[in-house]
Design a binder for this molecule. Structure first.
Ligand code: UDP
Length: 415
């Protein structure tokens, strides 16, 4: 399936200049020029929901503005297929699960169907995450360059699933991971590229106070109580129950409210069950608001993040956690678990507070709610940290450099 929905760019490249500087945009143009004539085919498993789709939606139009012919496709899969790949996802994050040979067979069968149905037309194939990873079989027939982009924290993967996927990964020309500690023992080149946020998207751009107030009203929230917010798909790895527990500890001494807002992703079949669990757990506590936010509610998410007094991301595992950069960019103090790619964003006590336990999260939230000046200082530092490292222009540059490196054996690129 090819994505036309995001074919039109929303922001122009020059609009990023005031944020990242002229030289950054010039550098992007130079790198893109060196790639001219190459077609990039990006393949993942969903256009909507989750961090991967979030990034691609904004990145593909920018590639195109730079004159890089990048096109975005998704694989097709049944609900059963996505149940299997969700199990893979959890197992790669280190969760023990039983994965049967029927599960592996279904994965291979759906891969075969996609190999038959999809059109492969690029010079560089840019394949995201495990769901489409086995499409690499096509390389034997058509050659070209293939890059696997892993968004998962694979620092401690389940051996069975990693062993299965590894047979495909080793056929790629290169793999990209989000953090240094995710690197694997592989016979192919590995690059580290952190994900990023788009400062001009509806999710992150500046918005009017009136809009924030109208979103609060819509969801029955009030701005006269401090608000602790976690935005996440309803996924156990985001530990929504742990967030509630921490909030209840804080609530004993501070009058505040909790907002757990999230939606579902088409490639995540578990979310409804998790949402039910969260709703049950929150029942009877009028200070806990569990919001099911429809897809494409970027302005609403933006408003909720801006309305937050403290943003929490208490994930048990996290590839990167875009929600953290989103919050930091809005100058918010963040409490987040020290897992996966999170410590790249949260330098403890400098750009936010890291936590390791429910009690630790409660302690940190309390500290920020009672020290607004310290909270504001962390938020300011956090915004600068994101400006320097996690904006979409940095990621574009890094991807362009990886694509250019594919044709060269040396790691340094001379333009
Ligand atoms: N998000 C959203 N609506 C929701 C929940 C999440 O738009 O209901 C967005 C969130 O703002 C972020 C992305 O989805 O941009 C989630 O990315 P992250 O890396 O935090 O987690 P993932 O879902 O990829 O595990």
């Amino acid at each position: 399936m090819h994505n036309d929905r995001h074919g039109q760019s929303r922001s122009r490249l020059q609009d990023y200049e005031p944020i990242v500087g002229k030289s950054c945009i010039q550098q992007l143009r130079m790198l893109a020029e060196a790639l001219s004539g190459k077609v990039i085919q990006i393949i993942n498993s969903t256009f909507i929901g989750g961090g991967v789709a979030e990034i691609l939606e904004h990145m593909v139009p920018l590639f195109n503005q730079l004159g890089v012919d990048a096109r975005w496709d998704i694989i097709k899969g049944s609900n059963e297929f996505f149940e299997v790949t969700k199990k893979f996802h959890n197992a790669l994050h280190g969760k023990q699960d039983t994965i049967s040979s029927a599960d592996f067979d279904l994965y291979l069968e759906v891969t075969r169907e996609n190999l038959e149905e999809m059109r492969f037309f690029a010079d560089i194939f840019f394949i995201h995450d495990p769901q489409p990873a086995a499409l690499i079989a096509k390389k034997r027939e058509i050659g070209k360059k293939w890059v696997w982009r892993c968004h998962i924290d694979v620092s401690n993967p389940d051996e069975q699933v990693w062993g299965f996927l590894r047979q495909f990964i080793v056929q790629y020309d290169a793999a990209i991971f989000s953090a240094p500690n995710f690197a694997q023992s592989l016979p192919i080149r590995q690059f580290m590229v952190t994900p990023s946020i788009d400062p001009l998207s509806d999710k992150n751009k500046d918005i009017d106070r009136n809009l924030i107030e109208s979103v609060l009203t819509k969801y029955g929230l009030t701005s006269d109580k401090p608000m602790v917010v976690q935005i996440s798909r309803f996924d156990r790895l985001k530990d929504p129950l742990g967030v509630i527990e921490a909030f209840e500890m804080v609530r004993k001494s501070i009058d505040c409210q909790l907002v757990l807002a999230g939606g579902t992703a088409t490639d995540d079949p578990e979310s409804e069950a998790v949402l039910d669990e969260v709703r049950k757990r929150a029942e009877g506590n009028p200070d806990i608001h569990v919001l099911l936010v429809p897809p494409e509610s970027d302005l609403e998410i933006n408003a909720l993040q801006r309305a937050a007094t403290v943003v929490v991301q208490k994930s048990l595992k996290e590839g990167f956690g875009l929600t953290i950069s989103e919050a930091l960019w809005k100058g918010k103090p963040v409490v987040a678990s020290a897992v996966g790619g999170i410590p790249l964003q949260i330098r403890n006590k400098l750009t936010g507070l890291l936590c390791y336990t429910v009690e630790g999260a409660a302690y940190a939230i309390r500290q920020l709610l009672t020290n607004p000046e310290y909270a504001a200082w962390l938020g300011r530092n956090g915004r600068e940290h994101v400006r320097q490292n996690f904006l979409i222009t940095s990621q574009l540059r890094n991807y362009l450099l990886v694509f250019l490196a594919l044709d060269r054996s040396e790691d340094v690129i001379y333009l």
